[in-house]
Write a protein that binds this ligand. Structure first.
Ligand code: GAL
Length: 393
């Protein structure tokens, strides 16, 4: 409680590595291939597809190899090595390949003795977590050319660790290597990392693992509503990686997933086979106006300003050019709403980029089940204009 009050009144200094001034964008292997489908060809193909399908040009730059890249035991000198069946060329060669495409390379680690796949995916192995090897592993990552470390708690308390010292140890080990590496931690939001992780990491997971279905995505969005005070440039709430392209999400659900992650100033890690994305889904991931909201330099996460029980919610995010708002229909029926804004012109429909015609500062829209529409409007700095509002019509 006291910690929570202090965090709200004191400016908390972000991790001083200067990285992730806007949330990191890219691809991560986990939601696509989980443990057993991971190999170097999948990773290289992801790097190729990010570039060939135009996503690098939109800002997606990290290629992150999640769990299950490790050999089943450490080298005699205690260092980690790649699983030779999955990564016969070794991690450095894959990182070099990713770099040759102009992209950045990320790798998974864990603070305890076991990685999460050793616990939950029956990945065999011994001591693949970094406990007691923090500096050695950070040095290995740096030598391989890693630009991004995902450090995943799993169940490290069973190894006698506690979160703040364990996550701080790898932060400091990374800093000692002298190589800039984004530091993304994951303990699923279980011990409110938004209250303590700002000086430790560039982002922290706020949820359990996202699943490729609407129920999981909708639930995660609801749970983010109170977290807007805790995000800032270099230190982001992370509601987990994207499931766009996976499962049976409708086009509307795909739009909501993308739009709400961007309003939440979340890191954007694609977790599907990019080469196979339909043109329609690719267009959602590549929409320059929704990406601009995610990447807005103010770094202010959206606040839910209306949630009146109709199933429609309004989320507002201050951006450098004014305000952005999302009209999110959580209901499984279509909703018609009239939105009133504090301006007489300048409202832009985010998905299409078209100007919105206003009548008495209002406009009426139809929002499909589980869909999200979003808009921007200009505002002068320091303005005390009222916030947008909707009524069902
Ligand atoms: C989970 C984590 C996932 C993935 C997986 C790997 O704990 O939340 O994102 O990294 O471990 O085993």
């Amino acid at each position: 409680m006291l910690l929570s009050i202090l965090v709200q009144v004191l400016p908390v200094l972000a991790l001083g590595n200067g990285l992730e001034r806007t949330p990191g964008m890219g691809w991560n292997s986990w939601n696509q291939v989980r443990c057993y489908g991971l190999n170097e060809n999948v990773v290289k193909a992801a790097a190729d597809a990010i570039v060939s399908r135009g996503l690098h040009a939109k800002g997606y730059e990290y290629v992150v190899v999640d769990d299950c890249w490790q050999n089943l035991q450490r080298n005699p000198d205690g260092s980690l090595q790649a699983n030779a069946t999955r990564f016969p060329s070794g991690i450095k060669a894959v990182a070099d390949y990713v770099h040759s495409k102009g992209l950045k390379f990320g790798l998974y680690g864990s603070p305890g003795t076991q990685t999460c796949a050793m616990r939950y995916d029956a990945y065999p192995g011994v001591g693949l977590g970094s406990k007691g090897h923090e500096q050695q592993d950070a040095n290995t990552f740096a030598a391989w050319g890693v630009d991004f470390v995902k450090y995943d708690w799993c169940a490290a308390e069973q190894d006698g660790l506690t979160r703040i010292p364990a996550f701080t140890a790898m932060r400091d080990a990374i800093a000692k290597t002298g190589r800039p590496m984004t530091y993304s931690i994951s303990e699923y939001g279980h011990e409110q990392p938004w209250l303590w992780a700002t000086p430790i990491a560039n982002s922290w997971r706020t949820t359990n693992d996202i699943q490729a279905n609407w129920g999981s995505i909708a639930q995660i969005i609801q749970n983010q509503a109170s977290l807007y005070p805790y995000s800032s440039p270099g230190a982001w709430n992370d509601p987990d990686m994207l499931q766009i392209g996976n499962g049976k999400l409708t086009a509307a659900e795909t739009r909501s997933h993308m739009a709400m992650w961007c309003f939440l100033a979340s890191p954007l890690k694609i977790g599907t086979d990019i080469a196979k994305l339909s043109a329609e889904t690719l267009a959602v991931l590549a929409n320059p106006r929704i990406i601009a909201i995610d990447q807005d330099r103010l770094g202010k996460q959206a606040r839910r300003i209306q949630n009146d029980g109709s199933g429609v919610q309004l989320w507002l995010r201050p951006i450098t050019t004014g305000q952005a708002f999302a009209v999110f229909n959580t209901a499984s029926t279509t909703k018609k709403v009239t939105v009133t804004v504090p301006v007489t012109s300048g409202v832009v429909d985010g998905w299409s980029g078209s100007a919105v015609a206003l009548v008495n500062k209002s406009f009426t829209i139809t929002v499909a089940p589980h869909d999200t529409l979003f808009y921007t409007y200009p505002q002068t700095a320091g303005s005390t204009d009222p916030e947008p509002k909707f009524v069902l019509s």
